[in-house]
Every structure is written in C-alpha cells, then in structure tokens.
Design a protein around this ligand. Sequence first.
Ligand code: ZN
Length: 142
Amino acid sequence: MKAANQKSLSELRLKTTSRVEFVDITQQVMEAVRQHQVDSGICTIFCPHTTAGITINENADPDVPRDMTMALGRVVPATWEFRHSEGNSDSHVKSSLVGPSLTVIMDRGKPLLGTWQGIYFCEFDGPRERKFYVKTVRDAGE
Ligand code: ZN
C-alpha cells in the first residue's frame, strides 16, 4: 500500500548545450521511479516546453540520436519563411512532431524498456535550462 508520504511526481532539470540535441534521460527517469517505489503501474514523462519533446529511441549507438536530429532538420528546415517573430518556428514544429510526453509501463519497479531503448529529452531551441516531470501511477491494490 502507498505510504502517506509516498512521492509520485518528480520535477527534474537539465541543461542543454546545443540548439538541437537529444539528451539521454533514461537514468534520471529510472532514479525518479526508484524513489516513487512503484512496483507495477504506469509512468508518464512529460516535457512542459513548446520547443522541446520527449521520445524513445536507440541509446546504444550515439549515431542514432545524431541521425535523428539531422533528419528532423531536413524535415523542417529552420530556413523556411515562417511568420512567428521569435525565429524558432522550426523548433515549435519539431516539438509537435516528437510530442511532449511518453507513457511507459512499470514492471517489477522499472520502466519496461526494450534492450536498445532509451528515453530522450529532445532539445529543439537550446541551449537552455529545461525541466521535465516524471509521474507514476501504481496499479490498484499495490
Ligand atoms: Zn517561439
């Protein structure tokens, strides 16, 4: 049963170092989930920014996130004639393409990720100070 002081929401921070960058946050998510002490349930990772996103992809070969950022740059070039005066419309579009959140199944105290899967914070308008949330919901009766 959930203790009265049991944490189920974590706010995590990171500093990005490039305009476009995929940051592997798998270990931060694992640590937050460990602190929540949820054996079985659902975990949501949410990014509260309009020029960033959250995704899952391979984290074994660093060329994969590099190729992802290159491909997204070709899908939505920053040089298009956008109207938004901030000059970061490509970042807003990439943010919506990737999406602001993920839901992961929790099993035996861990996110149920495939062998090659890692969770990425996707920066599209850095470098900046960013944050994301990890929320866990345990199975009824746990
Ligand atoms: Zn903007």
